[in-house]
Every structure is written in C-alpha cells, then in structure tokens.
Design a protein. Structure first.
Length: 202
C-alpha cells in the first residue's frame, strides 16, 4: 500500500510538471552576449532562450535572434521587453536588422520596417526623446493611435520629442502640469534643430 501511495504521488507530480511546461510561454528566440545580462531579472552569462514577454537588460552589447528571422542588437545599458512580433524599448539603444513584420515600440511611437533589408538604430535619449537613424530600407513611424506621422528613407535621421506631451495623457490618463512650459520646450527644441541644420556644412 505504501509503495502504491508513493507511486501515485510521483505520477501526480509528473503530470503537474508536464502540464505546467506545456502551458508555459513559447520560446521566441535567443540572446547572445560576451558579458553578463539579465533576463526577467535573472543574471545570465553567454546566451539564453527568450520567451514571449521576456525582459532583457544588458550591461554589455548583446545580439538577439528571433525565430521569425529578425535580428536585434542591444547596446550596453539597454532594456526592452521582447515578443514574437515586437520589441518594447524601455531604455538605451537597439539596432533592428532584417526585421520585416517586427514592430519596435518606444514612448508610444511605433517604428515599422517596410523591407527585409531595413536597418535602423533607435535610441531613447532620456525619458522624452527618441532618435531614429535609418541606415537602409524604409521605415514608417506611427503615433499611439496608429496614424502615420513619418516615412523615413535610407540615410535619414529624425528625433521625436514633442509627441511625448501628446502620448503622456493617453497612456497615464494625466494632464500635463504646465502646458505652456511644455509648448515652449517644443518650440525651443525645433529652433535648436533648425539652427543646427543651418550651421552644418552642405
């Protein structure tokens, strides 16, 4: 009787373990780095498997190969949450490569590569500004409502800052504390970019 009880307990434990593993998130790709990095708050060295919704934090450069064929390259001190069809960039810089069908989301903006040979660097500069540098291919930039706000050809760079004041109330449902000051910052940013353009050699 005791042996049968032990066997029953073991069988139950195995069935629970199999049920848990079958219900786990599917693997979406792998990450490789020469140094240490963190996946879902756990420190890893070398390489690791990524699952749907994995949070990747880098202390040194790391490359990500998704099962879809898309490649991503994270700079050091970067952070992003990965899914099979998108990356939500939370900090730092990433390069997208051969990423048709992959969306990159940052501060409410969506960056969509239009061709398989598209290569672009996307950087979060602080908490309110995004810089997108398109090396090859074509990109579409959408706002939080899915509306097209920019088409980027190869060899172009754009910085997005003013949209932050539009996105913040939509996401966090809070009003801007000083709307006039926010408006002044947008104009100051635009004037600074324009002056920089005028001074750059043609």
């Amino acid at each position: 009787m005791k042996l049968q009880s032990v066997q029953s307990v073991v069988a139950l434990a195995l069935s629970l373990a199999l049920g848990t593993s079958s219900g786990a998130s599917p693997a979406i790709g792998t990450v490789l780095s020469q140094g240490a990095f963190r996946v879902d708050r756990s420190t890893v060295t070398g390489n690791a498997t990524l699952f749907e919704g994995s949070l990747l934090e880098t202390t040194s450069a790391a490359s990500v190969q998704l099962n879809s064929g898309a490649r991503l390259f994270f700079s050091q001190d970067s952070r992003g949450r990965l899914f099979g069809d998108r990356l939500v960039l939370e900090k730092g810089t990433t390069r997208i490569d051969h990423s048709t069908g992959l969306r990159l989301i940052a501060l409410g903006l969506t960056i969509l590569p239009e061709r398989g040979d598209s290569q672009a660097n996307v950087s979060l500069e602080g908490t309110r500004r995004i810089r997108v540098a398109n090396a090859s291919g074509a990109l579409r930039i959408l706002n939080a409502n899915g509306q097209l706000i920019a088409n980027m050809a190869a060899g172009t760079t754009l910085a997005f800052m003013g949209l932050t004041y539009y996105v913040v109330p939509l996401i966090w449902r809070r009003r801007i504390v000083a709307p006039k000051l926010a408006l002044f910052q947008i104009y100051a940013f635009g004037i600074g970019i324009a002056r920089n353009d005028c001074r750059s050699p043609r």
